[in-house]
Design a binder for this molecule. Sequence first.
Ligand code: NAP
Length: 331
Amino acid sequence: MKAIRYHEFGGVEVLKYEDVPEPEIADNEVLVLVKAVSLNHLDLRLRSGKSPRPVNLPHIGGVDVAGDVAEVGKNVTDLQPGTRVVVDPAIKSKTGVEVVGVNLYGGFAEYVKVPAENVVPIPDDLSYNDASALPICYVTAWYGLNERGKLKAGETVLIHAAGSGTGSAAIQVAKLSGAHVIATAGTNEKLVKAKELGADETINYNESDFADEVKKITNKKGVDLIFDQIGASVWENNLKSLATLGRLLLVGVVGGGTATLNFGPIIMRDITVLGVTVFNAPRSNLVEVINVASLGIIRPVIDKTFPFKEAAEAQKLLENRNQFGKVILNP
Ligand SMILES: NC(=O)c1ccc[n+]([C@@H]2O[C@H](COP(=O)([O-])OP(=O)(O)OC[C@H]3O[C@@H](n4cnc5c(N)ncnc54)[C@H](OP(=O)(O)O)[C@@H]3O)[C@@H](O)[C@H]2O)c1
């Protein structure tokens, strides 16, 4: 079969579209014929060798996969070939979590094998492209805002990087919870799209100090919750932007992963800092986002699709921060 594989860490030039052996399934596994696989910032970090998650070379990435069951193992009785599915990439066991596309070969290939319990059927009215956008970004938003952040109707939430896969998902999930959404991004074009998605207020963090803007918007109170995928470069301003009893969700580190901790504001304003890892989210979160997406209550935001052969171009789009929402590869 054809796959996008890399044999060394580096820039997009290490991505090779090449022939690889088709996976052979065990008795409890299924083979999925890949129809769509969405990109994540994680794919860039893994490929460049900068992720703390261990990757064995050569590697086939691709964490967010939708497709058809092509073959089932001997012990699999509840799935038939032809079933449309999305893959839950987190394979959980007593010894920990392995992730499809991270520790294991992923979906940048014609076929991927996974345990049968890691595929979730999708309704006919959910396209493969939309379904492939859900498992990482939409589940991160759902798990982060609802389960970790306990977002309540009427609260104000600050969502960074509105044009990112996670940010565009979080705006929609937060609006669904009845929150007042302030979204940030690096360009005014992205902010227009954030408003179209439902953001109530927007801030261009390259043009103004977002903590000052948050203070103005909230009449000095600050926000109740922050969904932050940027990390170190916004840490100080995040603390300044939180209300008393505010919660900060640490989701990602595109802007650096190490910061100096000033205890003062955290103690004096009873701030809670919470980590979020999508691979710890319960399966029910994926089922919930599939349901709301198939009902059209949330709308996966897809910026562009590329054929597998153009994987390098697709990854460059993310690397250059030019996308709004998700970028999808199709075989
Ligand atoms: N914890 C979890 O479970 C989890 C799940 C999903 C993602 N994440 C993490 O969340 C982060 C975002 O992931 P994603 O897939 O949503 O990203 P993405 O779609 O690639 O978007 C990243 C966006 O971040 C903004 N950004 C701000 N500062 C940046 C910087 N210094 N370098 C690069 N981009 C910067 C850029 O938008 P502007 O140009 O508008 O600033 C960029 O487009 C990543 O760190 C990822 O690993 C974590």
